[in-house]
Ligand binder design. Structure first.
Ligand SMILES: Cc1cc2nc3c(=O)[nH]c(=O)nc-3n(C[C@H](O)[C@H](O)[C@H](O)COP(=O)(O)OP(=O)(O)OC[C@H]3O[C@@H](n4cnc5c(N)ncnc54)[C@H](O)[C@@H]3O)c2cc1C
Length: 236
């Protein structure tokens, strides 16, 4: 059982950090098993999948857009009752003991390194849209506009543009966890084959763990195993 603390305390059977392919898959399995499940996501729902224009190697689907797969996974998880909170910022964890606690605050703040933020702020050609997520890229032959959702109001607005460059980052965002769970020298989380970390009741999956091949299929497989292992842990 995990507890999330912000202005209001809430308790869930399973809390998943990250709504990429691994986290959304774990959310689908966990909520389908009727465990109360919350996914907390610091960035855009879908993770790296939304940066992938075309996915041609996902078995059972000839060719699809990363954006489409991400949205279907999100819908599947929600349909099973999984709650998803995005644009949050995690400010602390207590992962020892049977009840784990995650402390968070609302997001809309920058998550990049301070010097990069300052450089970008100095550039008069750059403006920032905070607390929002990209929902759609529009256009026929060429990109014409994007639809952006304000996460506080749910309002969608269209912005004309000639091009879109999506970049979130590649290094695993495990800095805040590295003194809690065991990681290697590249900050990748060390798990066993059942996605268990060194802390009972804490599992890791996807690109953030130590592994050689980082693909949607491997993230989905890891997320499945992590969710099934979490169910077994909760049963025991
Ligand atoms: C340009 C590009 C093209 C690719 N093409 C393909 C392809 O064709 N086929 C293929 O199979 N794979 C492809 N990949 C790789 C594949 O997309 C990834 O391996 C896979 O999506 C990883 O999923 P994940 O859930 O492990 O991690 P991610 O997709 O990185 O998701 C992690 C999520 O967690 C959030 N997050 C991070 N830290 C925290 C935190 N502390 N708390 C809460 N949330 C947090 C992030 O914002 C993100 O939403 C491609 C990758 C890229 C970048």
């Amino acid at each position: 059982m995990l507890q999330i603390l912000n202005d209001m305390d809430e308790v869930f059977d399973v809390i998943i950090l990250g709504a990429g392919a691994a986290g959304l898959t774990a959310g689908i399995y966990s909520s389908r098993a009727r465990l109360s499940t919350l996914i907390l996501n610091e960035g855009t729902i879908g993770g790296q999948m939304i940066m992938t224009d075309e996915i041609a190697n996902y078995p059972g689907v000839e060719t699809t857009k990363g954006f489409t797969v991400a949205n279907i996974m999100k819908k599947q998880a929600k349909n099973f009752g999984c709650q998803i909170k995005s644009n949050i910022r995690i400010i602390g964890y207590n992962l020892t003991g049977n009840v784990k606690t995650v402390h968070l605050t609302d997001g809309s703040s920058f998550q990049a390194f301070e010097h990069a933020i300052q450089e970008a702020k100095k550039n008069p050609k750059i403006s920032f849209i905070m607390g929002s997520e990209l929902r759609e890229i529009k256009g026929n032959e060429l990109i014409e506009a994007v639809m952006i959702e304000n996460l506080a109001t749910g309002k969608l607005s269209e912005m004309k543009t000639d091009g879109v460059f999506i970049f979130i980052g590649y290094l695993p965002n495990t800095e805040s966890l590295k003194d809690i769970v065991k990681t290697n020298d590249r900050n990748e989380i060390i798990t066993d084959a059942d996605m268990r970390t060194n802390i009972p009741g804490v599992f890791a999956a996807g690109d953030c763990i130590v592994k050689k091949y980082r693909q949607v299929t491997t993230a989905v497989a890891d997320g499945t195993i992590a969710a099934l292992s979490a169910m077994e842990y909760l049963r025991s």
